[in-house]
Design a protein around this ligand. Structure first.
Ligand SMILES: [Zn+2]
Length: 198
């Protein structure tokens, strides 16, 4: 029987996305064997994340500054806004280096099943950003899931009356595909071939 400390750490790790109890236990044992090395590095990295990261009040990105590095970068095209579900999607798209504009993180997707309503996401804030003007194009880069597409259509409706170009990632994204699982080539292609929302 493992000690309480090990049980507590295993339970905490098992809650991470993609990890279950078995992988969590393996990770804990692996770390225990590396108490002076990998474990110290992990502790320092966790500390740095806890103390050093903030949410950008403009776009919802997570960075060391608010506004984040992307929002504060004057070389970024301010007229182009890419809407994503989660921060992980923003990072995936930005790794492709194909989008030179700025982002808006919704904080999830509409879901009747999970009870996620428009007011639970940052859709109101998005409308506000568009309403302030200076934006020519909004790219809806939702995941190719049913809920992602429902979210995209809902936002398209809300933005219908604004004089902007509304586009979405090209189909060819695998159905059910989550952006942050796609390789950069596929993502870049979907972005390059983006088409009018319809
Ligand atoms: Zn930002």
């Amino acid at each position: 029987m493992a000690s309480q400390e090990i049980e507590t750490l295993t339970a905490a790790l098992a809650r991470l996305p993609g990890l279950g109890p078995r992988s969590a236990r393996r990770a804990v044992l692996w770390l225990i064997k590396r108490r002076e090395g990998a474990l110290v590095q992990l502790l320092e990295a966790l500390d740095a994340v806890r103390d050093g990261l903030v949410e950008c009040q403009t776009c919802g990105n997570v960075d060391t500054s608010d506004p984040c590095g992307i929002c504060a970068d004057p070389r970024r095209d301010q007229r182009s806004l890419c809407v994503v579900e989660d921060v992980a999607d923003l990072w995936a798209l930005d790794r492709s280096r194909l989008f030179a504009g700025r982002y808006h993180v919704l904080g999830g997707r509409l879901s009747a099943l999970d009870g996620v309503r428009p007011e639970d996401l940052t859709i109101g804030k998005l409308i506000e950003r568009v309403n302030q003007g200076g934006i020519d194009e909004v790219v809806l880069a939702m995941n190719a899931t049913l809920e992602g597409q429902t979210t995209a259509h809902y936002i398209a409706e809300r933005l219908e009356s604004y004089p902007i170009r509304l586009t979405q990632l090209a189909h060819g994204l695998p159905v059910g595909g989550e952006l942050d699982y796609l390789d950069e080539g596929t993502l870049a292609q979907a972005l390059r071939a983006r088409r009018p929302m319809g």
